[in-house]
Design a protein around this ligand. Structure first.
Ligand code: IVH
Length: 676
């Protein structure tokens, strides 16, 4: 029996409050300041202690870090109307346009004195409004059309740098709308796309789309798996506090533990502003994120008020847009690199050129179709673009510069790493090497297995995997766990300490979570998310042995491709032998993701409903009932729906349901179903 909050002893309440305070502080050190003061293990230890106490005493406070996760998927986003419109910014592309902006401001303010401006980087992401009431995050909404946005509170709460509660050492207003941008680091964007490519999912065009796509997810579990960041740069409605300047606002945000722009310069006069812009521009390639410009704002809020707004933009601010890092060079040759599932991805060897301060001699291409679509040929002059530290990509060939000697690019008919044959699955763009013994695939599989989101073996990155593989020390996953220190010492780059560190890291990785282990195995199409869904349904690894594709297909969100790949993997006796061997070598799996009986015993567990037409209670209430009883409410029709609840005037969904042979029930049928 869980205890009631009233009977919770005072010292336990104090302990829970202390843990929350400490955990929130460490979260801030890690995610906002990027300078943690405790190890990940220590953090996990405190977190587990908190979870244990919360569960035992059923005493859960709103600012507990445990409240960031676990919200159920939504059916759709509610609309939110912004207290003050979220507007856009006017752009300037040259220094002259900035000088013109400054002149206009002086004219409107009827002054000849230099104006004080702030200059900060422009973040390229998704604009967000965070509403805090009495210091607590009450709502997070997207910009939408500027007046009405979408309620994405559950998703935003999963972003650890977003404070759930405003740090109380700052002066906390009764109400405040804080505005900022959600964005993604370039390295995380590249990793995300690489994984999506490996698992055959559509790629995001740029970090901005990836950030927006990650926030606008009905299931917060997807958002939490994406690494998102926040930079706060402004406010909407406030009551209970008076800010006088942008500079002061940013300082307050900092004290209140909000992440703020990486640079904020306060300057006098437009010349100084231009120098600050140049400073930001020169740091562009050093920032871990993409910035496409700098924002100049009149520092004084009184003056901002006088200057006011045009229809869509303020008169007191402007965005200076940096030139994209583009250049023209010659494409010498297209080559293919082989990934862990055998996918052969093309890349281009370029005549070296300088772009944004670095020399570029390679460029990525997503797949062979892209080469055809863009009509890229060997020998072409091409336009390349490099954004931040992303590997540059080819925009287009300059067809007018062709001489006739350019060569069409052939799709590979053998593996560039091992000369084996290749194949292309129906409906897939990817070309794959068919060999199971391909050295490139083997090494990529090992790199993936040891990587951070998988078995997390420190010191077993690309370089060391290559070194150990080429010296015959590792080939299969199990070889990692058979490694001894002595042979390592014979290799270049390894000394007593580094060899011991690697052995220790391998030892440590033996205790892993089932979801990470499943991801590590590199089963085609199984990314981090699918791996977690599996761990939610299967309490232990052995339960997956010889699993049927239909069983997997029953899990919501798992389609044919995924089900076949998973079932194929766990029905292969060689794979099962490997898994057993890994267990013998000491791999111990825990499964905190497993949704135990509490959920599975709910009467509608695992059932997916779709509602159409008018039923006799408000639709939202019906949805709540279904979710409370363990069911899931879908937003569109598909063969995965178990029951279509049809009310009056059911519309086209009813016909579609009939054509898909779905079970169609009335609201009354539903009631009698749950009364059982
Ligand atoms: S201030 C009245 N500051 O850029 C609008 N916006 O292109 C004031 N943005 O909608 C916005 N970084 O989403 C401001 N440092 C920054 C920004 C920034 C990125 C976004 C914002 C805005 C868009 C306009």
């Amino acid at each position: 029996m869980k205890k009631q909050a009233e009977t919770v002893p005072e010292y336990i309440k104090k302990e829970i409050e202390r843990l929350i305070k400490d955990l929130n502080y460490h979260c801030y050190r890690y995610y906002v300041l990027d300078s943690p003061v405790i190890s990940d293990e220590e953090y996990d230890h405190l977190y587990r202690k908190l979870v244990e106490l919360e569960n035992t005493y059923n005493y859960i406070l709103p600012d507990s870090p445990t409240q960031r996760i676990g919200a159920p998927p939504l059916d759709k986003f509610d609309k939110v109307s912004h207290s003050e419109p979220m507007l856009s910014l006017d752009n300037a592309f040259s220094h002259n346009e900035l000088i013109e902006f400054d002149r206009r401001i002086k004219r409107l303010l009827e002054t000849n004195n230099d104006i004080q401006y702030t200059v900060e980087p422009k973040y390229d992401g998704l604009a967000i409004e965070l509403t805090y009431i009495n210091g607590f995050l009450a709502k997070a909404s997207t910009r939408g059309d500027g007046y009405i946005g979408e309620d994405v509170t559950q998703n935003i709460k999963t972003i650890r740098s977003v404070p759930i509660k405003i740090e109380s050492s700052a002066e906390v207003p009764e109400y405040i709308d804080i505005r900022g941008e959600i964005y993604m680091y370039l390295k995380d964007f590249n990793k995300l796309n690489k994984n999506r490519e490996e698992s055959g999912e559509a790629l995001f065009a740029n970090p901005r789309n990836a950030a927006a796509g990650s926030v606008r997810q009905l299931d917060p579990a997807i958002t939490i798996a994406r690494k998102l960041h926040l930079a706060c740069y402004g406010i909407g409605k406030v009551s209970g506090k008076d800010f006088k300047k942008q500079e002061e606002l940013i300082q307050w945000l900092k004290n209140a533990r909000f992440p703020t722009p990486a640079i904020l310069r306060t300057v006098t006069g437009i010349e100084e502003a231009i120098r600050a812009i140049d400073e930001i521009s020169s740091k562009r390639t050093v920032f871990p994120f993409e910035t496409d410009g700098a924002v100049i704002k009149v520092n004084d809020f009184e003056l901002q008020k006088i200057l006011g707004y045009k229809t869509r933009e303020p008169r007191w601010a402007i965005a200076f847009k940096f030139q994209a890092h583009q250049g023209v060079t010659r494409l010498i040759e297209i080559k293919g690199s082989v990934g862990r599932t055998g996918v052969i991805t093309p890349y281009a060897i370029l005549e070296p050129l300088r772009l944004g301060g670095v020399t570029v001699s390679r460029s990525t291409l997503h797949n062979w179709d892209e080469i055809e679509r863009k009509d890229i040929r060997e020998g072409d002059y091409i336009v390349v673009e490099r954004a931040g530290d992303v590997i540059p990509h080819i925009i287009m060939p300059l067809k007018e510069r062709r001489t006739g000697r350019e060569r069409l690019i052939q799709r590979p008919n053998k593996c560039p790493a091992c000369d084996s044959g290749v194949m292309r699955e129906e409906g897939e763009v990817a070309i794959r090497c068919v060999s199971l013994d391909c050295p490139a695939q083997i090494q990529e599989r090992l790199i993936h297995f040891a990587s951070r989101g998988a078995m997390n073996i420190d010191g077993l990155g690309e370089r060391n995997v290559n070194l150990l593989y080429s010296n015959g020390l590792i080939k299969h996953f199990e070889d990692i766990y058979k490694l001894k220190k002595e042979p390592l010492l014979k290799l270049p780059r390894f000394a007593e300490k580094s060899a011991q560190n690697l052995i220790d890291a391998i030892e440590k990785s033996k205790n892993a979570q089932l979801s990470k282990f499943l991801f590590a195995l590199g089963i085609p199409h199984v990314g981090e998310y699918a791996a977690r869904m599996l761990a939610e349904r299967f309490s232990k690894l052995e339960d997956l042995y010889n699993v049927k594709a239909e069983t997997i297909l029953n899990i919501k969100q798992m389609g044919d491709k995924l089900s076949n790949a998973i079932s194929g993997f766990f029905n292969d006796s060689k794979n099962l032998q490997t898994l057993e061997l890994l267990k013998e070598l000491g791999i111990k799996l825990t499964n905190p993701d497993f949704k135990d009986d509490k959920d599975t015993k709910k009467p509608l567990h695992g059932l997916i409903f779709l509602i159409t037409g008018t039923v006799s209670i408000p639709r939202k209430e019906l949805q709540d009932i279904i979710i409370k009883l363990g069911g899931h409410v879908a937003s569109s029709i598909s063969h995965k729906i178990d029951y279509l609840i049809a009310g009056q005037d059911p519309g086209s969904k009813l016909n579609k349901a009939k054509s898909l042979n779905l079970k169609i029930i009335s609201y009354e049928d539903f009631l009698s179903m749950i009364s059982k």
